[in-house]
Design a protein around this ligand. Sequence first.
Ligand code: C2E
Ligand code: MG
Ligand code: MG
Ligand code: MG
Length: 278
Amino acid sequence: QAKQIHGCSYSIYRPGMELSNDKTAGLESEIMTALRAEQFVLFYQPRIDLRSGKIVGAEALIRWQHPTRGMIMPGDFIPLCERNGLIVPIGYWTIRQAGLHLKELKEAGIHIDRLGVNLSFRQFKDDMLVDTIKRIIKQEDIDTSVLEFELTESAIFNDENHVRECLDSLAEEGITFSLDDFGTGYSSFSLLHKLPISALKIDRSFVSHLHESSEAEEIVHSIISLAHNMKLTVVAEGVETREQLDFLIQDNCDQIQGYFYSPPVSFNDFKRMLPKPN
Ligand code: C2E
Ligand code: MG
Ligand code: MG
Ligand code: MG
């Protein structure tokens, strides 16, 4: 049964289950074709610095422009791709595509500080992960200082030592890392000391309950202090209202993402949101 958690659909896998799920029925066999036919596209959600009020970067979010089914959201195919391993080639496509967009911005004289790219736990099972990422970076001449991989706590929890080796090796290339959906996973604070993490992204489920639940307010408050004590940047996800924004400003949160400012938009729309050089 597919469960709705924090707005994303996660599924508990049982063989044959895809057949009973309308949304994903038959999609599996179409994914490789879709990659070749360039049906995937990256949208960008701006990340705003709360002190300057300016866009400091964005998160790249994948969508599938399906020729007959229309736009398919990542929650409807990423979990499936994590189970069948297709997240590995899709993940490389995403990194390359984000890198090409980054280059396009640079060539237009537009600078951003950070570009978040999601990395799934399943991608760490690929022995070639680090080498392939390094090769893509070199091939496409990607500005690694801007690249920030977003990892979830569960990704790390799976095989901490292996993940640490991968991250350390990628960090040598100048890549930075953030912990995504922070607060929903295993939240082992020792991870934060052991891994080269530079930002925490507070999960939307806490942000959306600010002003409704004092528990959510306390959690957000604690995450912000924890992050700052550890010299980490803290980003609040899913900010939708002025009230949520005010709470986060008051509490010294560094950056936000959310519909209040902008939903994820096409690359061209994102580019237009950025200040033109001169
Ligand atoms: P995420 O990394 O936590 O991304 C944030 C999600 O929250 C995005 O959903 C974004 O559209 C949504 N969101 C942002 N602001 C708001 C808001 O104010 N209100 C609400 N209700 N939602 C907001 P999206 O694009 O559907 O992506 C869902 C998840 O799919 C992502 O969660 C991420 O885990 C995964 N995903 C997306 N692209 C990729 C990818 O290229 N690779 C991998 N491995 N996973 C991806
Ligand atoms: Mg993310
Ligand atoms: Mg997130
Ligand atoms: Mg999330």
